[in-house]
Write a protein that binds this ligand. Structure first.
Ligand code: ACO
Length: 330
C-alpha cells in the first residue's frame, strides 16, 4: 500500500438539546446582565441537556446524523473515538456507550481527553490510523454536557458554556488532499488556569471537597483569553506552513467557539475577518463539541463547498491547542 494516502470526511452531523437558556434566563440565576455577557463573549443563548440526558446520548444523535449524511451503516465502522471532558462516567468510555446505542459492533472504541481541543486531536488520531491502513472507516465525535460540570453559582464561568455534540465520519480515499497535517501542542505547566480540581485521584470525592465546590470547572478567564489568542493564531500559521497553503487560499476559518472576542482577535492578527465562521451566539462554548458543530453547520449552510480549503483551530484546558487544514472534497 502506498503511504500517505488521502483521508476524507465523508459525512458530518450535530445535535443540541431542546432546552434553550438565554442570557435573560441567566439574569435570574446569577448577578449578571444580557448586555455584560453579550458584549464580553458574543453569546446570546446556549442549549442545556435534560437531566436524564448524558454526553453519550447527545453524541449518539450527532453520530446518527453523520452516518446518515455519509450514507453508511454503523456496522461499517472500524474505529469510534469520543472527545469529551464530560464523560457519562469515569469508565467505561463514553465511546463504548455510543457504540452500543448506534450498533457499531465492529468498531474499537475509546475516549480522548484534550479538553476543548479534543475534536481536532481525535480527527488527527483517526486520520492517521486510516492513512496507515490500520482501519478503513472511523467515526469521531465531540460531545459535552458542560452543564453538569460548571458551577451555577459562579457568574464568571456558568455564563460561558453550553451542551451539544458534533460528529464526522472519515474514510480512506477521495479527491485532492482531504484532511491534511495537523499542528498540535500542549503545556501542562498552565493546567491550573482552567481545570476541574476535584473528584479525581488527586482530590477524591469527599464532603470537604464538595463543600469547597472543587468538583466544578475553575478558570482564570483573563489568562486563558491571552493564551488562547496567541496559541490559536500561531497554530494556524504553522499549519498553513506545514501544508504549504497560503492564508489567502483558505475559504473558511473555523476556530474553537470560546468567545467572540478571542475569535475577533485571531481574525485581526491573521487578516481573515471576512472568512471566519462563528455560531457562539447560539450555542456558547460547547468545548470539544464546538468545532464539530460549527463544521457541520458550515457544510450544511453552504459556507463550505466542494474544493474549498478550510482551516480549523482549537484551544483548551491543559493547555492544549492545535490547527489543521482540510480540502473539502464532497
Ligand atoms: N456578569 C457580570 N459581571 C461579571 C460576570 C458576569 N457574568 N463575570 C465576571 N464579572 C465581573 C467580575 O466580577 C469583575 O468585577 P470587578 O471588576 O468588580 O472585580 C468584572 O466583571 C471583570 O471581570 P473579568 O473576569 O476581569 O472580566 P473579563 O473582561 O476578563 O471577561 C471573561 C471575563 C468573559 C470570562 C473573559 O476573561 C474571557 O472570555 N476569557 C476566556 C474564557 C474562555 O474562553 N475560556 C474557555 C477557553 S478554552 C475552553 O473552551 C475550555
Amino acid at each position: 500500500m502506498d503511504l500517505p494516502r488521502t483521508v476524507s470526511i465523508i459525512g458530518t452531523g450535530s445535535y443540541v438539546p431542546e432546552k434553550v437558556l438565554t442570557n435573560h434566563d441567566l439574569e435570574k440565576i446569577v448577578e449578571t446582565t444580557d448586555e455584560w455577557i453579550h458584549s464580553r463573549t458574543g453569546m446570546r443563548e446556549r442549549h442545556i441537556a435534560a437531566p436524564g440526558q448524558a454526553s453519550s446520548d447527545l453524541g449518539t444523535e450527532a453520530a446518527k446524523a453523520a452516518l446518515a449524511d455519509a450514507g453508511i451503516e454503523a456496522g461499517e465502522l472500524d474505529l469510534l473515538i469520543v472527545a469529551t471532558l464530560s464523560p457519562d462516567m469515569f469508565f467505561p468510555s463514553t465511546a463504548c456507550f455510543v457504540q452500543e446505542k448506534i450498533g457499531a459492533k465492529n468498531a474499537y472504541c475509546y475516549d480522548l481527553g484534550a479538553a476543548c481541543s479534543g475534536f481536532l486531536f481525535a480527527l488527527d488520531a483517526a486520520k492517521n490510523q486510516i492513512a496507515s491502513g490500520a482501519v478503513k472507516t472511523a467515526l469521531v465525535i465531540g460531545t459535552e454536557k458542560m452543564s453538569t460540570f460548571i458551577d451555577w453559582e459562579d457568574r464568571g464561568t456558568c455564563i460561558l458554556f453550553g451542551d451539544g455534540a458534533g460528529a464526522a465520519v472519515l474514510q480512506a480515499g477521495g479527491e485532492g488532499r482531504g484532511i491534511m497535517k495537523s499542528v498540535m501542542g500542549s503545556d501542562g505547566s498552565l493546567a491550573d488556569l482552567l481545570w476541574t480540581p476535584g473528584g479525581g485521584s488527586r482530590n477524591p470525592i469527599s464532603h470537604e471537597m464538595i463543600d469547597q465546590r472543587q468538583q466544578y470547572l475553575k478558570m482564570r478567564g483573563r489568562e486563558v483569553f491571552k493564551h488562547a489568542v496567541v496559541r490559536m493564531t500561531e497554530a494556524v500559521v504553522q499549519a498553513l506552513e506545514k501544508n504549504d497553503v497560503g492564508v489567502d487560499e483558505i475559504k473558511c476559518f473555523i476556530p474553537h467557539q470560546a468567545n467572540i472576542r478571542i475569535i475577533d482577535a485571531i481574525a485581526k492578527r491573521l487578516g481573515i475577518a471576512d472568512r471566519i465562521y462563528t455560531n457562539v451566539e447560539k450555542y456558547a462554548n460547547t468545548s470539544s463539541a464546538a468545532l464539530a458543530i460549527a463544521l457541520d453547520e458550515a457544510v450544511k449552510d453552504g459556507t463550505i463547498q466542494k474544493g474549498d480549503l478550510v482551516a480549523l483551530t482549537v484551544f483548551g484546558g491543559g493547555f492544549t491547542w492545535g490547527a489543521n487544514v482540510l480540502e473539502w472534497n464532497r
